[in-house]
Ligand binder design. Sequence first.
Ligand code: ATP
Ligand code: MG
Length: 563
Amino acid sequence: MSIDPVTSPERTDFIRDIVAADVGDGRVETVITRFPPEPNGYLHIGHAKAICLNFGIATEFGGKCNLRFDDTNPTKEEQEYIDAIEADVRWLGFDWGDDLHFASDYFEQLYDWAVELIRSGKAYVDDLSADEIRDHRGTLTEPGRDSPWRDRPVAENLDLFERMRAGEFPNGARVLRARIDMSSPNINLRDPVLYRIVHAEHPRTGDAWCIYPTYDFAHGQSDAIEGVTHSICTLEFEVHRPLYDWLLESLPVPSRPHQYEFARLNLTHTVMSKRILRQLVTDGHVKGWDDPRMPTISGMRRRGYPAEGIRAFATIIGVSKADSVIEIGQLEHAVRDVLNRTAPRRFAVLDPVKVVIDNYPDGQAEEMEVVNNPEDPAAGTRLVPFGRELWIEREDFQEDPPPKFFRLSPGREVRLRSAYFITCTDVIKDAAGAVVELHCTYDPATRGGDSPDGRRPKATLHWLPAAQAVPAEVRLYDHLFADPFPGADGGDLFAGLDRDSETVLAGALVEPSLGSGPVGETVQFERLGYFSRDPDSTSARPVFNRTLTLKDTWAKVQAQARP
Ligand code: ATP
Ligand code: MG
């Protein structure tokens, strides 16, 4: 069953129910959400789920969604990632209007609030090292121990914090910690770190700062500054929520956001951790963040996935609090659904073998009218040149056909799509026995692909005119990991990479209309799959990536599951 998010009744989920209740009861007037990426990598399909959720809710409730970079960790963050993230969110079809924000825009305000916490005895400068802090933290079953610096006088804390900011101390020498409860059952409340010393160049603030707020200190306060009403994040932050609330309640913030958590997206045959994705790139396992096999938004775009297909997938999988792993076939199914409706059909031959039609008049040329998309009559038709010499797919011929092989073989008649019926009369082979040329005859009465006497060949083949076919490179892609649950067995994740996940076909041919065209256009090569024009294309030689095959295994699984 395919669900069209455009026409299906609006879906709901527990977060939308909460937002609806807040709006209904008047607790919230204007719904404000945010998507808060850390610019330390490119966005992936999991982020797409969060983007669709945050921007989707804002649109549905007539509110707005901010794009806010959580740029509090300068050692890992780069302008390249900021630019890529903006481009990806926009490409997915969302618009943050004037609300492009950076946590770094709030550094001064966050600093002032930290000072405020110190003044009210709710924060202190700790001289313990990171290891000692970890050691004092306790475990899930044992309470933590107070730092010897926990009861430092306010004036001393203020002085030290100011000197931390002034750059007097090296990395790691001191931190600012919230003073909450070292015996709390929630480890996040055992005096969490609010500021650390990091002498590093920040992509936006340069060297203006050498202390940086932690995620926990920056996030809720940034939400409050922006008037975010519903701060939606993934489940791993559920245990941080008491800290999120404690900080908001301890500070004179201008608004009071609330945090809600949902289950993150996991997909079979891939990984979603940015750390691992970055390693795939830096270790050269893939060609870049936008490699068509990457689960990144830019990779999927390069692969030919339409934004509409990704949005539809987000709608279909919905939002819940239950962790699960989604079958990647479900994403492919949503993408196929869109492409089947929208992708123009074209002819391409990936592994060509020559066909010579002996009874076709020498020097004759004609053009066959071919339907662009049987699913969309408005897409019209195009003309494909036809001649005495053609290319067909090598695998569409067998000299000794097995019982269920209905395509071309000696003495057998097949239909060339929108052209003529041809019958194979002779096979020419090279010294090694490989087929190099097939000789055929054609029936002029079958022009357009139908016979006046009602003959119906069992197979219809795609073809290309030998004189006008355009040489192309075609790249076939498969899942990056053959294992549906990469790394689940605790083994070496990178050993599980499918080395055959990319196959480059250098000798492919495409129809003349594909000689040039916009990068990113996605078409269906008839009988072969969906293919998208890669940015590596040159005017002399187009390059196409296989987006997906035509075979929809997910649809089959669902059909079998039906009673
Ligand atoms: P990392 O992989 O480094 O832990 P991250 O995936 O959390 O980072 P962020 O840039 O912090 O990356 O994520 C931005 C937002 O996207 C967060 O609100 C996060 O909860 C959400 N998000 C990240 N991964 C997923 C996922 N797999 N499914 C749904 N939402 C996600
Ligand atoms: Mg994160």
